[in-house]
Design a protein around this ligand. Sequence first.
Ligand SMILES: *Cc1c(COP(=O)(O)O)cnc(C)c1O
Length: 371
Amino acid sequence: MTDQAAANVQTNLVHNFNAGPSILPQEVFRQASEAVLNYNNSGLSILEIGHRTATFQAVMDEARALVRELMQLDDDHEVLFLHGGASTQFMQVPMNLLDEKKTAAYADTGVWGIKAIKEARLFGKVEVVCTGKESNYTVIPKDFAVPNEAAYFHITTNNTIYGSQWQKIPKTSIPLVGDMSSDIFSRELDFNAFSLIYAGAQKNMGPAGVNLLVVDKNMLGRINRNIPTIMDYRNHIKEGSMLNTPPVFAIYVCLLTLRWLKEQGGVAAMEKRNITKADLLYAEIDRNPLFTGTVAREDRSKMNVCFVMNTPALEDSFLAFTKERNIIGIKGHRLVGGFRASLYNALPLSSVEVLVEAMQDFARLHAQQNN
Ligand SMILES: *Cc1c(COP(=O)(O)O)cnc(C)c1O
């Protein structure tokens, strides 16, 4: 690391609003880099030890136990760390829970939900029970019914691209499945109300390439299909999430983040902080004459804040203005345009303050130019 880079890290000069992969706690980066060189003073890198060693077993055990503790899971729910991104779960969930005789219900709240629906159709019938399409996904659907006989009901709890979020988790008698990739551990929820939760790690938990899976074991074995060994959740449960070589480094970094989360006061403390950050930014968007939020107020995400400029021609100039202040990652997704500021757990309030100040200064500058 150059001295300047080290100084930037120390003073947190870069304000990282990336949507994913995204910011993790600085101390997690430091501890992870130490473990690459010399894990726990063993003289070995975390990258060169066997996954069946007592050393790595301890990492896996602690990571699974911390997830259980932070989510307050009951004994029916199993915790696994699986290979692949959340996109792998688009396929693996229906492969384990759906067959040709069954119907799964899905909520279409944008790109990730649509991708999940497409994969589920390979394994059984799918009923899309609601869609936010007419609003270009700026609204979370409210009035809909889930068929009583559905095998499960799938929602995307936070829509990373559009910046919408289910504020209330729908109550149904149908087993609930949640893609929580971009809001896992960000707010208090009754996690036991879900029969299955999955989350790609790279938004709020760790490096890309590992998935957190929480599943009610009573959901498994109810379908009529041969499932490939590596795809069958039951095999992973039986082997303690060590069916084959797990993504050891990614899991280790998740463990470091989970420890950090617990030290910070757990999910409840994160939620408080996330509300403060989101409220601050949305208040500025609503107050500042140059900006408008894109999502219905009641459905606004506390993780991904999407907004546009009332004069689109100013957007490039605002982006350049923020770049000078070391604000990065706020360009909106190509499907939405404008800006998206991701406020994941590890993003400090001070970064949001810097962004808000930039918005205020830019508005002042613009007002002067127009006079
Ligand atoms: C990022 C994201 C995904 C895709 O994750 P990959 O790890 O790239 O497969 C799926 N769902 C949601 C909600 C996401 O934010």
